[in-house]
Ligand binder design. Structure first.
Ligand code: SF4
Ligand code: MSK
Length: 651
């Protein structure tokens, strides 16, 4: 096996040297990775990327071309592109929401005394949530309340005559917009089913009508399923608080048993985090020649355990195969979503064992653990023993752990931001609102989503975040985007504050927050929606999310979940810039509807911009447009000569 120092010219697929080294190493070892398979897929089908390929019935498949403007049934490019897009929204919404359902089931089991070692970790969050939804809390125990809340949440999944109750979390004016447009979801499952029905051959054919249904379903994701997933995770595992840790492949340890948790559902990982501290297991690891057990994460399971336990992150989506290629991973525990089917092929080249923990997700070469909530802790201990026993099978000559690892501070839930902004005695968003109103913070941007081999990995996330904080825009991040910025050193206040514009820096230093806030996993995009809502409730910045000087971006997105997320942000009134468009280019009408016309309906719209500097320009232009509309830019001009401004100029 080659060593990293022997490598020929290192392949440049990322701004991250750890990725480049490992990809080059994989090439030397003839172990295919995602980049090789991307190459083997070239050229990618233009009918698919244009969204004008339909295989919804068996008269087809059909493709729209200049010569064939209609499919066999008569569907045109608009109908076909819109239907394809809707099926992506349905899948993305289903993934987030099924994740939420799993957590509600766990909450119900805990409430009923069958939750094994799971507990109510944040009773305050439980009670506040229950109270908001009208569940009696006075003189009642936590478990009783938890049972009612679990039942209430479970009812959000099916179908109801009335809109989903959790939509009430949104600002009132936004709720009124949804009502007027008739896009209030009445159940998560029924919204997904409705999309599948509407897009069946021969049902809904008007592209505008179809896309409005897509927006409705996406709301069932963002304001219902994802919100439930985030809230129940906080109740069961604790609401995140700022925590320091490390990120990148260099967190793997040559002298320890390395276990990676990968996917999205944090339930079992919580138990793994606890069990990895068990003295008898640590002693057992030592008896096998290891210094201990090192638990690290990939993708959003990583973000969940980082935020609540400070566990290190080995990498984001594009690093899952590379982690195994280090030759130092004893077990990779996989749950659901974003797990590449190729992992088994890579693991076979090493001693790494894959353990799959979800009954709905099996991967080649993975050993299933039929995970049950009641026995979560035992499962966790069993997995750790498998890893410890596997340590002696590690081929020391094939271990190549890149040196790169970077400090991060994560764990910025809304509850934490409230406390940090408000200080010891009064939790409030007021200082943030005041800073936006007086222009020290121009606005707020959410940067979210995946990494993608079609572009230099991590680069666009990092460049966009830097461009924005330099222009005094506060950045909120989740998912793989947060991991990308973490690896670039932007999630430590000391480093990122030096890159921030003078006035943003002044505010962040005063309240003790970094200019880029890691808010969690993909389902935690619901925290970004709630952050916008909290800012509105604080007052002075309009009545609706569409009034706010905010913008969203997903520069390197790849998953159907990102499609759903983009739509619920637009349905909530936000301007969203994607690094590459949906597969709709073959339908100028659908494209126009998404990027222009929808704004007159929801107040939000999409934009496509591959260049992160230009994306930042566009986001800032939108933010300034909103500031103008609020009248706060004019206010700033009148204040040009006050002392605070003078100090700003003097700097
Ligand atoms: Fe072709 Fe229409 Fe069938 Fe699609 S639904 S495959 S366009 S015939
Ligand atoms: S893990 S959905 S690759 S952000 Fe949430 Fe990353 Fe995208 Fe998966």
């Amino acid at each position: 096996m080659s060593t990293i120092s022997d490598l020929p010219a290192v392949k440049q697929v990322s701004r991250d040297p750890a990725i480049n080294q490992m990809v080059t190493l994989a090439g030397c070892e003839n172990i295919p990775t995602v980049w090789d398979r991307l190459k083997s897929q070239q050229p990618q089908c233009k009918f698919a990327t244009d969204g004008v390929c339909c295989r919804l019935c068996h008269m087809g498949p059909c493709r729209i071309t200049p010569k064939a403007k209609y499919g066999i049934c008569g569907a045109d490019a608009d109908t076909i592109a819109a239907r394809n897009l809707l099926r992506e929204i349905a899948a993305g919404s289903a993934a987030h929401s099924d994740h939420g359902r799993g957590l509600v089931r766990t909450l119900k089991m805990v409430a009923g005394g069958h939750g094994g070692d799971y507990r109510i970790a944040d009773p305050r969050r439980l009670r506040e949530t229950a109270l908001f939804f009208g569940i009696e809390t006075e003189n009642r125990g936590d478990l009783e309340i938890a049972g009612d809340l679990a039942d209430f949440y479970m009812r959000q999944f099916g179908w109801s005559e009335s809109p989903n109750d959790t939509l009430r979390l949104a600002p009132e004016k936004r709720q009124a917009v949804w009502k007027k447009l008739d896009i209030e979801p009445r159940g998560i499952d029924s919204s997904v089913v409705e999309l599948m029905h509407r897009t069946h051959m021969g049902v809904d054919h008007d592209y505008r009508h179809l896309i409005m249904a897509g927006l409705k379903c996406s709301l069932a994701d963002g304001w219902v399923g994802s919100n439930i997933a985030t809230t129940v995770s906080d109740i069961l595992f604790g609401t995140p608080r700022p925590v320091r840790s490390k990120v990148n492949l260099g967190v793997l340890r040559e002298d320890m048993v390395n276990v990676i948790v990968h996917g999205h559902e944090p339930t079992l990982s919580e138990m793994l985090a606890m069990a990895s501290q068990d003295e008898d297991l640590v002693e057992y690891a030592k008896s096998k020649g290891a210094a201990g057990i090192n638990l690290a994460g990939i993708c959003c399971t990583a973000n969940e355990v980082l935020m609540r336990h400070g566990l290190p992150i080995a990498g984001n989506f594009m690093q899952q195969e590379l982690a195994i290629l280090t030759g130092a991973v004893e077990v990779m525990v996989i749950d659901v979503q974003c797990v590449m089917p190729s992992l088994g092929q890579v693991a076979k080249c090493f001693h790494t064992r894959l353990v799959s923990t979800s009954e709905i997700a099996q991967t080649f070469e993975a050993e299933p653990i039929n995970y049950e909530v009641e026995h979560g802790y035992e499962h966790a201990r069993r997995i750790l023993r498998i890893a410890i026993d596997n340590f002696e099978n590690r081929d020391r000559g094939r271990v190549h752990i890149p040196r790169e690892s970077m400090e991060v501070v994560a764990g910025f839930s809304n509850q934490t931001i409230f406390h940090m902004l408000g200080g010891r005695f009064r939790s409030t968003f007021r200082p943030l609102n005041d800073a936006i109103i007086d222009g020290r913070i121009r606005g707020v941007a959410g940067i979210v989503g995946c990494t993608n081999p079609k572009m230099p990995v991590d680069s666009h996330h990092v460049q966009l975040a830097l461009e924005l904080i330099e222009r005094n825009v506060l950045v909120l991040e989740t998912g793989c985007s947060a991991i990308a910025c973490g690896k670039a050193g932007l999630l430590v206040p000391e480093a990122s504050l030096s890159r921030a514009g003078a006035t943003l820096r002044e505010v962040c230093e005063a309240v003790g927050i970094p200019p880029i806030l890691h808010m969690g996993s993909c389902v935690d995009n619901s925290r970004i929606l709630m952050a916008a809502t909290n800012v509105l409730h604080e007052g002075g910045l309009g009545q609706d999310i569409s009034d706010l000087p905010v913008a969203g971006a997903a520069p390197e997105w790849m998953s159907e979940k990102a499609v759903a997320i983009g739509h619920y942000f637009v349905a909530s009134g936000m301007y969203v810039v994607l690094g590459h468009p949906f597969y709709v280019a073959g339908s100028p009408n659908v494209n126009k509807f998404l990027t222009e016309e929808v704004e007159s309906l929801t107040g939000g719209r999409f934009d496509w911009e591959p260049d992160p500097a230009k994306a930042a320009d566009k986001m800032l232009a939108h933010i300034e447009k909103k500031r103008d509309a609020l009248g706060i830019n004019a206010k700033k001009e009148r204040k040009l000569f006050d002392m605070k401004e003078r100090r700003g100029i003097d700097e």
